[in-house]
Design a binder for this molecule. Structure first.
Ligand code: MG
Ligand code: ZN
Length: 382
């Protein structure tokens, strides 16, 4: 009897202790102010770059890619708001703005309402910003980081949104959506110049020859329309990526956000063209190598490499060899398979695990310490 009572007392005591501990917990768990983990974020998107595409590029490259230097790997779910199979507009909007939306939406939600993107948030926090692509710069992926339009095909309206942006650098194709070839009216290049842009392009200068010493903002057009494939001579992406990172990092205290897209891996997938996919993955990986080297020197840059979706249902079929990949396809469109995320640098650990594409936006904000700066009143009210 006494023994039972003692056990009971002990149990009550244990519960009491547990309760006390729980009561005490909120004090000790009050979150410290959100830390700034990374000064700079470079988001690299291989359009249509699933695991098959990466693997083919790797074997064809002597069984090695610079991607292997990334210590943290995760997976993201790419589905759009109303379609399991996303397009590049909905998925780029998910990563840029943190919302699931409909296919073809550029920086707007399911109701076509504009949603602030990470580039705009970075500008508000005083960071420099830039976009680099191997498609036109008004194509769905880069557009979703700078524009707010209901349809991805509204290229000239997307170009107009560059005038509303505080962006510091962009490099890509699509001059015809900015100059006097516009259907909409006059060239908007003079307005870009008024905003402080030095504008150049493949017709005037090679990218490597442009002197950026006293340039405030920089726009470089790599083609009038879409740039050509890597296999037929386009090779600016690694160079442009390096120039962009160095240009945006000139004031070392300021920090920057840069999005770099390997745009044409997707086009190789749509064309069910294994060689096209491989050369574009390898070109993108050379850019990854340049950026990884930059981040290793800089030590304050978070680099994220991912895709917006897989394209083609691309597989490496039997009888393939490292130097002779036999690709097979299930589709000439995108597929719904998850795509990998690779991260390096301060805050990289945030990107391990499986999560929605919208979480990329939240994780970048977290790494840059924006949650605390923007919503300081929301930090742990008990
Ligand atoms: Mg794209
Ligand atoms: Zn596509």
């Amino acid at each position: 009897m006494r023994k039972t009572a003692a056990v009971l007392l002990l149990l009550i005591g244990l519960f009491a202790c547990t309760k006390n501990t729980q009561n005490a917990l909120p004090r000790t768990l009050i979150a410290p102010p959100e830390k700034v983990l990374a000064k700079n974020v470079i988001l690299m998107i291989g359009d249509g770059m699933g695991l098959g595409q990466i693997t083919a590029g790797m074997y064809a490259n002597g069984n090695y890619l610079n991607l292997e230097g990334f210590p943290v790997i995760g997976l993201q779910k790419t589905h759009a708001y109303n379609n399991l199979i996303t397009d590049s507009a909905a998925s780029a909007t998910a990563m840029a703005c943190g919302v699931k939306t409909y296919n073809a939406a550029i920086g707007v939600d399911k109701d076509t309402l504009p949603v602030k993107n990470i580039l705009e948030e970075a500008e508000e926090q005083g960071l420099k910003t830039g976009l680099v692509a191997t498609s036109t710069i008004v194509h769905a992926t880069p557009a979703s980081f700078i524009s707010h339009q209901p349809m991805r095909s509204m290229y000239e309206y997307i170009a107009d949104d560059f005038l509303k942006s505080g962006i510091d650098l962009f490099i890509g194709g699509g001059l015809k959506y900015f100059n006097s070839q516009r259907k909409k009216g006059n060239s908007i290049l003079p307005q870009l110049q008024q905003k402080g842009f030095t504008i150049s392009g493949i017709a005037n200068d090679e990218l490597v020859d442009v002197y950026l010493g006293n340039v405030d903002k920089f726009a470089y057009f790599t083609a009038n329309d879409a740039p050509i494939p890597n296999a037929t001579g386009r090779d600016y992406l690694p160079q442009a990526s390096m120039i962009a990172a160095k240009f945006l990092n000139r004031n070392r205290k300021q920090g920057f956000f840069l999005m770099i897209e390997g745009s044409q891996i997707d086009w190789g997938g749509h064309a069910n063209d294994t060689k096209y996919i491989i050369s574009e993955v390898q070109d993108f990986d050379r850019a990854i190598g340049k950026i990884l080297a930059f981040a290793k020197r800089d030590k304050e840059t978070l680099v994220i490499v991912t895709a917006d979706h897989e394209t083609g249902g691309f597989a490496i079929n039997p009888k393939s060899r490292k130097d002779s990949i036999i690709g097979a396809f299930t589709s000439s469109y995108h597929t719904g398979t998850m795509v990998p995320v690779f991260a390096y640098g301060p805050g990289a650990e945030l990107f391990s695990g499986i999560y929605e594409n919208t979480a990329i936006h939240q994780k970048m904000r977290q790494a840059l310490g924006f949650d605390h700066k923007a919503d300081s009143t929301l930090v742990s009210p008990e």
